[in-house]
Design a protein around this ligand. Structure first.
Ligand SMILES: Cc1ncc(COP(=O)(O)O)c(C=O)c1O
Length: 450
């Protein structure tokens, strides 16, 4: 039982379901958590503090979002000032200056030609928006037969119906019925037999992109609107694209008039050493979904970045008519826009959008030093992302990684696990001493793990 919570209240909570009982927590083992809560109450820089005042190193940038570290004063001030000046502005048929400013600033750091930004409130909403944009784009151009969407096995694109339909995480899909019709998947790129313990991009697997040609041969290109992939798949355990793979996907999409969507919700905003993974890997998609680091995690916000020609194709018909029947009450919310602008200022001032490139060698060497520790069957890394995959306990998948998570937490460090992989994506302000702490804490936890 958690000491900081009044034991009497806790007992009452157990009896009545009150206090901790009312909150049905997302993607959480609710019963385990409520027996042994992990409550954080403060954050600054690379750290959280729990309700006992214990310092906890954040190796995950919150949830892949707090790229500039926690509690950045410029961002805090921007949100406070904006809340005082104007709390809300309707986004339909109205606008406010900061939404236009943020769109300009985002497209200035986006790959060349991606000159338009459409705002949403999360990565999941950005994905839904991009999928709808792709379908509508073909239709406005008179290619309305292009209705199929292609995702990839082991892909994660948020939790809404479009996202789980194109996504490839079985546990996220199997409970929720038939989902969108007309969706297919190309195969994933995880190939431990050939690529285990690769440093950076694996050497083998460019040919896996040709699976898209097979899908096209099956369905015909005239029925396919878009392909969506994460440049680095995060939620299924940090899968780095094989060398040449993304280039090959791009070539195939271009050849067949299919839009390529990069879901950069976790790879955006400096995670790979450039503002976006598209730039790091030298492959420009047609649409890009972003969120998380867009506001340094401070206010919910997502966006779709689109090539100019995609936007321009919609600009037809009577001028008083809405061109794209889509949007959210909180698209371009003033607080999110203020936070986004201050976040981009912070990234620029401190060179954070390229810092992962400078640190990636040190980070790679440190995480790969865990090779040979108990249970470790693969280590994958790129920029400031790493996945340390553990052998699952027979008949109890995920339990070993979860025990490592709990062990690290006990020792003042928060990691993230997905399946039996420990995923690291620290704030981009990380220093060498933090890297050492991460690796040594993990080493200890691995040695203690059953
Ligand atoms: C690649 C990718 N797409 C979409 C999402 C969904 O973002 P959100 O949780 O903000 O809806 C995530 C979240 O982790 C993600 O990793």
């Amino acid at each position: 039982m958690n000491k900081a919570i009044d034991p009497a209240l806790m007992q009452a909570a157990e009896a009545t379901g009150s206090q901790l009982g009312a909150y049905w927590m997302p993607f959480t083992a609710n019963r385990q958590f409520k027996k042994s809560p992990r409550l954080v109450t403060r954050a600054a820089g690379m750290h959280y503090w729990d309700e006992h005042g214990r310092q906890i190193l954040d190796t995950v940038a919150g949830l892949w979002c707090v790229n500039a570290g926690h509690g950045r004063p410029r961002i805090v001030r921007a949100i406070q000032d904006q809340a005082a000046e104007m709390d809300f502005a309707p986004p339909f048929q109205m606008g406010h200056p900061k939404a236009f400013e943020l769109a300009e600033r985002l497209t200035a750091i986006a790959p060349a030609g991606m000159g338009k930004a459409f705002f949403t409130n999360s990565g999941s909403e950005a994905v839904e928006t991009a999928l709808k944009m792709a379908l509508a784009y073909h239709r406005v151009r008179g290619e309305g037969t292009r209705t199929r969407l292609i995702g990839r096995e082991r892909g994660y694109h948020g939790v809404n119906f479009g996202g789980i339909s194109v996504g490839g995480m079985v546990a996220n899909r199997k409970t929720f019925g038939a989902m969108l019709a007309g969706v297919d998947h190309i195969r994933h790129t995880h190939d431990p037999a050939r690529n285990a313990f690769s440093v950076g991009q694996p050497a083998h697997g460019v040919e896996l992109a040709d699976d898209l040609e097979r899908r096209i041969a099956l369905h015909d290109a005239s029925t396919i609107a878009a392909v969506i992939v994460e440049p680095i798949a995060g939620s299924t355990g940090v899968l780095v694209p094989p060398q040449g793979y993304l280039q090959r996907l791009r070539e195939i999409c271009t050849k067949h008039g299919i839009l390529l969507i990069f879901d950069e919700v976790i790879t955006g905003f400096g995670r790979t050493g450039q503002p976006f993974a598209a730039q790091t890997f030298g492959v420009t998609p047609d649409l890009m979904t972003i969120a998380k680091g867009l506001t340094n995690g401070s206010v919910p916000m997502g966006a779709v970045l689109a090539k100019d020609e995609i936007h321009d194709a919609f600009m037809q018909g009577p001028e008083h008519m809405v061109e794209f029947m889509h949007g959210y009450t909180y698209s371009g919310h003033p607080l999110a826009c203020a936070a986004g602008i201050a976040t981009l200022d912070t990234y620029a001032e401190e060179g954070l959008l390229t810092r992962a490139g400078e640190l990636s060698g040190t980070f790679a060497e440190a995480v790969h030093s865990l090779k040979g520790e108990p249970h470790v069957i693969d280590i994958r890394n790129f920029g400031l992302v790493a996945g340390i995959e553990l052998a699952p306990i027979a008949d109890a998948p995920t339990r070993r990684a979860f025990s490592v998570f709990l062990d690290c937490y006990e020792r003042g460090m928060m990691v993230r696990t997905t399946g039996d992989t420990v995923a690291l994506s620290p704030p981009l302000i990380i220093e060498r001493s933090h890297i050492d702490q991460i690796v040594e804490t993990l080493r200890g936890a691995l040695r203690r793990a059953a």
